[in-house]
Design a protein around this ligand. Structure first.
Ligand SMILES: Cc1cc2nc3c(=O)[nH]c(=O)nc-3n(C[C@H](O)[C@H](O)[C@H](O)COP(=O)(O)OP(=O)(O)OC[C@H]3O[C@@H](n4cnc5c(N)ncnc54)[C@H](O)[C@@H]3O)c2cc1C
Ligand code: FES
Length: 583
């Protein structure tokens, strides 16, 4: 007979951890008597971070007595208090290998449905005192699972747990957990799992991403980029020609020094360029999107000269045809999707570069009836690069529509010729242009432009999956549960400089020597205030997966499922050579 052994609840509290403060409700205490199970919570229970935990599909967490015995044995620990694994119900029975997603159970006066395995989160590591606990729970195939409350009612220790319905497809908690987090992702099981209506939205999204990767043989399982890079690290490229595109943007066409053709890039990808100005102590490493057409064996980057900008200033002032720089292979997952869906290319300022490469690709398919919108915001005619080029490409399209907005037109800028209206690109403009809501939207420009348009598109009803963005700087950080996250600009870590290999954070424009006191590149990036994304900090969830542009790392522990080729999990790796990370 399956039984409830203990009902445990806890409210969020703030706990000190590694010099930071974490808001968490992972501390759960057994309660005496009966407890009301409501749609979002047990009475007296709560979650510290509603982005990662809680909500209707993660209302009640279950962990098994049998797994308690397993961990007592594993850690040689005498006793564990109930609630130790952050669970609301400690139960006898209901093994992860037996319980299936969508199974329904009656407990006391309430009815529940199984929705997903445990969230792999570092907080269970804090609670148990074992930082690698999130990885152990997965590798030992003992995650535990979440319940949705179908019928509210009272429950208590000693209640029998009665199965009243079986979920479709019969995929157990252990199987679906391994499907997401362990190396094998069979397509057929992914498709079956996605047919279970009870599976939470979050897990459906993750499994859909795996399915998409399974369809692209080049992409890694949790890939943040479209395909494996075509060469490791950096190779020399010669500047074949340069061309001024506007007052402050200059293009550099790059080729192999021996004249052989460069591999084809995907429209929207970028290079990481390494420059060695004679007067600089360290090389400058910066990202530049490819702005030119695909094919032809050459790459074109287009660089806006920033006031006081080190790399852009050097490129404009000193680099000329015949000079050689070093560049990574084309990288990045902001690429034009194949297909026939309408494409809306939205850019502002120098954000024009990757979408211009997309426009080249679309113009190549000129015979297709794919609808294309080109909407660009520039300051004025002098700051409007590629006007003629975009015009020519749009003219080649069967169904191309365009609008250029100048935010501060000059008196001699010609309305109706150089630009179509004064102001900025916004949602009312897209609505006036009859942009369809089911299009794929590609956005690149300043952070404010991307944030405002992304929020506006969502409000307008565009599906998040159809909004694709490229930020010309670090990605937004994800630091679940951290109270007052670090917002300082990137800097060298405090204290004496380390003696290890140089670590370059390309998007942050920072190169610093690795120091011995750090357990992982993630800890080192945090010490440098480099924006990072993570959740488990133990090599399971892949939230910290970042592009490793060059160099080598060592893993400890090994990730359960390796990252895509050319990527790295920074939470469980340290550098063994000079490295460049796309952070
Ligand atoms: C994926 C990606 C693609 C990109 N694609 C492009 C592209 O196609 N074209 C492009 O031009 N850029 C692109 N960038 C941005 C590019 O990588 C650089 O960030 C940009 O060229 C600025 O580098 P910098 O060395 O010139 O400026 P940095 O020296 O790194 O300075 C950064 C900023 O600080 C300001 N600054 C520096 N020193 C001072 C000072 N003393 N006082 C006041 N302000 C100061 C500069 O004006 C600059 O705005 C891209 C970035 C990413 C992440
Ligand atoms: S934070 Fe989860 S794998 Fe690195």
């Amino acid at each position: 007979m399956n039984t409830v052994i203990s009902v445990n609840v806890g409210l969020p509290r703030e706990v000190p951890w590694q010099g930071k403060v974490v808001r968490t409700a992972v501390w759960k205490e057994p309660v005496a008597g009966r407890v009301m199970a409501r749609r979002l919570n047990l009475a007296g229970d709560g979650q510290g971070d509603l982005a990662g935990h809680g909500g209707e599909h993660r209302a009640v967490m279950v962990y098994q007595l049998e797994s308690y015995r397993h961990w007592q044995n594993h850690f040689q620990a005498a006793d564990f208090p109930y609630g130790q694994f952050g669970e609301n119900l400690t139960v006898d029975g209901l093994a992860d290998t037996d319980v299936c997603i969508g199974d329904r159970y009656r407990i006391g006066g309430a009815m529940f449905e199984v929705t997903q395995p445990r969230v792999t989160c570092y907080r269970v590591g804090i609670r148990t005192g074992h930082a690698d606990m999130p990885a152990l729970l997965v590798s030992h195939q003992r995650p535990g699972f979440y319940l949705r409350v179908i019928e509210e009612g009272e429950i208590g220790a000693g209640d029998e747990i009665v199965k009243i319905a079986e979920g479709p497809e019969r995929i157990s908690v252990a199987t679906i957990n391994a499907l997401l987090y362990l190396p094998d992702h069979p397509r057929e099981t992914l498709e079956r799992a996605l047919r279970i209506p009870a599976l939470s939205q979050g897990w459906q999204g993750s499994l859909r991403a795996l399915l998409a990767a399974a369809e692209d043989s080049n992409a890694g399982p949790h890939a943040t980029q479209a395909a494996a890079p075509q060469w490791p690290g950096f190779r020399p490229l010669k500047i074949v020609s340069t061309c001024n595109e506007s007052d402050d943007v200059r293009s550099f066409v790059l080729g192999a020094p021996d004249g052989s053709p460069l591999p084809e890039a995907l429209p929207g990808q970028y290079l990481v360029v390494r420059l060695r100005p004679p007067q600089a102590a360290l090389p400058l490493v910066r990202n530049y999107s490819l702005s030119g057409p695909q094919g032809g064996g050459l790459y074109r980057i287009s660089v806006k000269r920033e006031a006081h900008g080190a790399a852009s200033g050097y490129l404009h002032a000193s680099m000329k045809a015949g000079d050689v720089l070093e560049a990574s292979a084309p990288r990045g997952g902001f690429t034009l999707l194949a297909g026939t869906a309408p494409a809306v290319l939205l850019s502002a300022g120098i954000g024009i570069t990757p979408v211009l490469a997309m426009l080249h690709a679309l113009a190549k398919e000129a015979s297709s009836s794919r609808q294309v919108w080109w909407v660009h915001g520039a300051r004025n005619g002098k700051r409007h690069p590629f006007a003629a080029e975009a015009h020519r490409l749009l003219a080649a399209l069967k169904t191309g529509k365009a609008f250029t907005a100048y935010s501060q037109p000059d008196a001699d800028d010609r309305l109706g010729e150089q630009y179509d209206g004064a102001g900025r690109v916004d949602i009312p403009l897209l609505q006036r242009l009859d942009v369809p809501q089911d299009a794929d939207f590609y956005l690149c420009g300043p952070a404010g432009f991307i944030d405002a348009l992304t929020a506006g598109l969502k409000l307008w009803g565009v599906a998040s999956a159809n909004i694709h963005t490229e930020a010309f700087g670090p990605a937004a950080p994800m630091t679940p549960g951290i109270v007052n996250p670090d917002q300082e600009p990137p800097h060298a870590p405090e204290g004496q400089a380390g003696a290890g290999p140089g670590v370059t954070f390309t998007r942050s424009g920072l190169t610093v020597p690795w120091g011995d006191g750090y357990n992982s590149l993630l800890e080192f990036a945090e010490a440098c205030s480099v924006p990072v994304r993570w959740a488990c900090r133990a090599g399971v969830c892949h939230n910290c997966e970042s592009a490793l542009i060059g160099g080598e790392v060592r893993y400890s522990p090994d990730p359960l499922d390796p990252p895509a080729d050319g990527n790295v999990l920074i939470c469980c790796s340290t550098p063994v050579s000079e490295i460049q990370l796309d952070l």
